[in-house]
Design a protein around this ligand. Sequence first.
Ligand SMILES: Cc1cc2nc3c(=O)[nH]c(=O)nc-3n(C[C@H](O)[C@H](O)[C@H](O)COP(=O)(O)O)c2cc1C
Length: 245
Amino acid sequence: MKKMLSVILVGILVFSMVGCGRNEEDSGRDGAAENENMASQEMAPENEADDSDQQESESGMTEQDSTDPGSSAADESETEPAEADGSNALVVYFSWSGNTENVANAIVEQTGADVFEIVPEEAYTSDYNTLLDIATEEKESGARPAIAGSIEDIARYDIIYVGYPNWWSDMPMILYTFFDSYDLSGKTIVPFCTSGGSGLSNTVNSIKELEPEADVLEGLHIGSSSSSDPENAVSDWLGSLGLAD
Ligand SMILES: Cc1cc2nc3c(=O)[nH]c(=O)nc-3n(C[C@H](O)[C@H](O)[C@H](O)COP(=O)(O)O)c2cc1C
């Protein structure tokens, strides 16, 4: 009987020890699962960091770029065609009351061209009626009013936009001074003009005669009343000539 009891006791002991072992195993698995969650939580910020790296590189603001502007400038110059930044184009214009200047500014904005304003060495009067008389005299005498300053290294420009107001169905005589002063052979000349109603008159043909070795493109005319808002007309015209950015 004692033997039977001790066999039963040993059996119970062995059974309970196996049970404990299983519980420890289970708790071990739970622990592993917890560790897996923790690991994935720890990875989450790493993943975010990866994402943010990607965003940074997509926006071009990598550390390398920000500390090495030279290399990024070199990259840009390699990928951009020479004309895209307007570096080979120049806008030359004369304007007495600002209408032609507005158009010139729109061309500069849309092409990135450099700009040279034709300013008379001796300023014109600010009185309109007196100016009408002066312009008549200049035209009749074939005057060549002197231009203040000069264009540095015109050789670097392939495209010259030339703007002027219509004066007595012609260009102001100071434009003739400009064409006398610079040989534009081999260049592309792109005329633009503002007027009260006469349009370009015969000015484009005059430019062709003055610069026979240049390629003179179709001119743009904008009426003086539309010259304060020339952006659309300028972009349509540039587009039609294949000169838009
Ligand atoms: C001396 C002078 C002559 C002009 N002659 C004409 C002309 O023959 N035909 C015309 O339509 N407008 C004529 N105009 C008007 C100008 O062409 C027009 O106002 C132009 O937009 C002015 O440009 P600006 O503001 O750039 O000087 C004349 C203006 C002046 C001052």
